[in-house]
Design a protein around this ligand. Structure first.
Ligand SMILES: [Zn+2]
Length: 207
């Protein structure tokens, strides 16, 4: 019979907050805004890729409600001339990190978000099937904020707890010639340094 008294140490799990960081693919520290633009992942999808994007609506304007509206199919297409170019598009990403560092989640990471489009990376097509998409509020080619890098690092560390991440690429790397985001203003070396993940996780032609 086991008679040892419970000690303080017994009450502390090895990784204290890990189990509560995710609930059914939802990151509990992020603000949840459900997008209808998602579907099931293929059976046995190996979710080993994070795809980084940049977005701002209208381009170059920050802090408004337009990204949330776009990802929830409630954007008023008449509100700005640029919106005619994206009119009717039903898209999403798992996460958006605002200039302030606020992190929004639109789709469970267990589901397939619609961020990559026609794409190919690490020998596989259709990167939406087995990747997690993160949008940084910004303009491709421009720089991103310190708060964004800090929150991106935290988010990626949490993602890597729950999913077997082994690759990290920009939209420009999985759809070369078609997409340019996040562009030359994103500092891949800085991100790699912050995360401390192996160099081979990152695109070879990252600036
Ligand atoms: Zn993109």
């Amino acid at each position: 019979m086991h008679t040892a008294k419970a000690t303080k140490a017994d009450a502390v799990p090895a990784r204290p907050s890990t189990p509560s960081r995710w609930q059914a693919g939802w990151h509990t520290a992020s603000r949840r805004i459900d997008s209808p633009n998602f579907g099931p992942r293929p059976e046995k999808a190996n979710i080993d890729l994070i795809v980084l994007h940049s977005i701002s609506l209208p381009p170059g304007q920050y802090g408004g409600p337009e990204i949330e509206a776009f990802f929830t199919n409630t954007l008023n297409w008449e509100a700005h001339p640029y919106f005619q170019q994206i009119r009717g598009m039903a898209v999403s990403a798992h996460f958006v990190i605002r200039r302030t560092g606020e992190v929004l989640q639109f789709v469970s990471c267990d589901d397939r978000a619609w961020h990559a489009g026609t794409s190919h990376y690490r020998g596989r097509d259709n990167c939406n099937d087995d990747s997690i998409g993160i949008e940084l509020e910004g303009l491709e080619g421009n720089t991103f904020t310190h708060d964004q890098y800090t929150q991106l690092q935290k988010l990626c560390e949490d993602i890597a707890i729950a999913y077997p991440i082994a690759h990290f690429a920009g939209h420009e790397h999985i759809a070369p010639g078609r997409k340019q985001d996040p562009g030359s203003g994103f500092d891949w070396g800085f991100l790699q340094h912050k995360l401390g993940w192996p160099k081979h996780f990152f695109p070879t032609n990252a600036g």
